[in-house]
Write a protein that binds this ligand. Structure first.
Ligand SMILES: Cc1cc2nc3c(=O)[nH]c(=O)nc-3n(C[C@H](O)[C@H](O)[C@H](O)COP(=O)(O)O)c2cc1C
Length: 259
């Protein structure tokens, strides 16, 4: 196996890196290199036969642990473009989330068309302005608040997580019906967290913001979503302007309660 590699290594014993001799002549190699062979593919080992997998495994786990801490809400972006395949990897990670009734109740709409993004954000801003005005805010305060939503205009990539509720069980009372819905919403949170942690592992920043959650009827027609599909905010994705910085550790004792 890998005989040519072995011969190349052996050649280095006689020519070396600093000996001013760039060439070694190997004779008699036909005996061992009779045919082309199956190529490098034959050298790729299945992970369970990889004797050196432990270091790789540890490095991956370390990477994952760091990514959990590096997942912070990012609101300023660099111009570096995001490879769309990375969005696919984030979605693949999201699809590993737990969900009720053995369902897969998540979809992710990657808004790639600038005109679609514009239409979506315009309709959402209109709805927001309308709601704020109805709450009694002055036009000046409405303008200031809506300007803060501008994050989704600036972010390099925009992904809308969508919760599919058609596999919900029906209950006659509100208590159980709300718990049923909560189960699905919880699973969306788990999926989005996996999405964002995977993004962080690739050096990408994310911001999961509420946005579409508050105006589903304005969002559905723009993204062609059927009625039982509920937009669950928006995930802004892109390379951060500065470094991703982990949050300082919180005091576990305040959050872990033993009874
Ligand atoms: C469901 C949800 C909705 C959020 N909505 C907004 C939002 O509308 N605008 C915003 O700036 N941040 C939003 N955030 C981000 C939070 O402000 C942020 O997660 C929190 O401050 C903690 O900071 P970190 O994400 O950097 O750990 C939202 C987070 C979640 C989970």
């Amino acid at each position: 196996m890998a005989t040519a590699d072995e011969l190349a290594s052996a050649a280095d014993l006689v020519k070396g890196k600093n000996s001013n001799c760039p060439v070694a002549v190997i004779r008699g190699s036909q005996a061992v290199l009779r045919e082309d062979g199956p190529g490098a593919r034959a050298l790729v080992r299945a992970s369970h036969t990889d004797l050196f997998a432990l270091g790789t495994q540890q490095a991956k786990e370390l990477g994952r642990q760091e990514a959990v801490e590096l997942r912070r809400t990012v609101r300023t972006w660099s111009d570096k473009p995001v490879d769309h395949e990375l969005i696919g990897e984030c979605v693949a990670a999201a699809l590993t989330a737990p969900a009720p009734h053995h369902t897969t109740p998540w979809r992710f709409v990657h808004v790639v068309e600038p005109s679609t993004r514009k239409e979506l954000l315009t309709r959402m801003a209109d709805r927001w302005e309308h709601d704020l005005a109805a709450d009694g805010h002055t036009p000046e305060s409405v303008r200031k608040r809506v300007e803060r939503g501008e994050l989704l205009e600036r972010c390099p990539e925009l992904v809308i997580p969508v919760l599919v509720l058609d596999a919900q069980h029906d209950y006659p009372d509100e208590r159980r019906q709300m718990a049923e819905r909560d189960m699905f919403v919880l699973s969306m949170g788990a999926a989005v967290q996996s999405f964002m942690v995977t993004a962080a592992a690739h050096g990408l920043g994310t911001a999961w913001v509420s946005s579409t959650l508050f105006c589903p009827d304005d969002v559905r027609p723009v993204l062609d979503l059927p009625t039982p599909w509920h937009p669950m905010g928006a995930i802004a994705v892109g390379y951060p302007l500065g470094d991703l910085t982990p949050r300082p550790a919180r005091e576990i004792a305040e959050f872990l309660i033993q009874k």
